[in-house]
Design a protein around this ligand. Structure first.
Ligand code: SF4
Ligand code: SF4
Length: 164
């Protein structure tokens, strides 16, 4: 279920990797072109996706994503969906523009509340997601799990690790 952001009190990612097994990730055209040589992406009726191999995303290694900061925008901003239209409870203002933000409560760390007072923690995460969506940044500070140093190295694509 996708819940308007004002009904969410908090969320954090613990890198369980479960969301990577649930969805077939939709790509933007430039993301598809960037990943085409891997043979792990596909085009269907003018839409672009990461192929599913069994139930898994082929870029997942253990629980983590081997694409790191190059992962698709849809993955970077998950569990948030940022739309042009929506309910009043989903309305979010960023740099003078109105967006409509929903949160996928499939992630067990999305905590729902009853009142509609905005959570500043969630608002900070949404601001980062909108910056990523608008191409103002590529890295994730709040929209990712806080991993140990050893685990962070695993997040990097193999080709980077082999150069170190
Ligand atoms: S967003 Fe949620 S489901 Fe996905 S890896 Fe993080 S904690 Fe797990
Ligand atoms: S590209 Fe990375 S973050 Fe996205 S579904 Fe695959 S493993 Fe998960």
């Amino acid at each position: 279920m996708h819940v308007p952001w004002r009904l969410v009190s908090s969320w954090h990612c613990e890198a369980c990797g479960v969301c990577c097994t649930r969805y077939k990730v939709r790509l933007r055209a430039y993301e598809y072109l960037k990943l085409k040589s891997t043979g792990l992406v596909e085009e269907k009726a003018g839409r672009f996706f990461i192929k599913k191999i069994g139930n898994s995303c082929p870029f997942q290694i253990g629980n983590l994503c081997s694409l790191g900061n190059s992962k698709p925008i849809a993955c970077k901003i998950y569990p948030f969906s940022i739309l042009k239209k929506g309910d009043e409870l989903a309305s979010f203002e960023f740099e003078g523009k109105e967006f409509f933000v929903y949160v996928d409560d499939f992630c067990k760390n999305v905590k729902i509340k009853r009142d509609a007072r905005p959570s500043q923690i969630v608002a900070r995460e949404i601001s980062e997601a909108i910056e990523i969506l608008l191409g103002k940044r590529i890295d994730m500070e709040f929209l990712t799990a806080k991993l140990s140093r050893g685990t962070q190295e695993l997040r990097q694509p193999h080709r980077h690790r082999s150069k170190v």
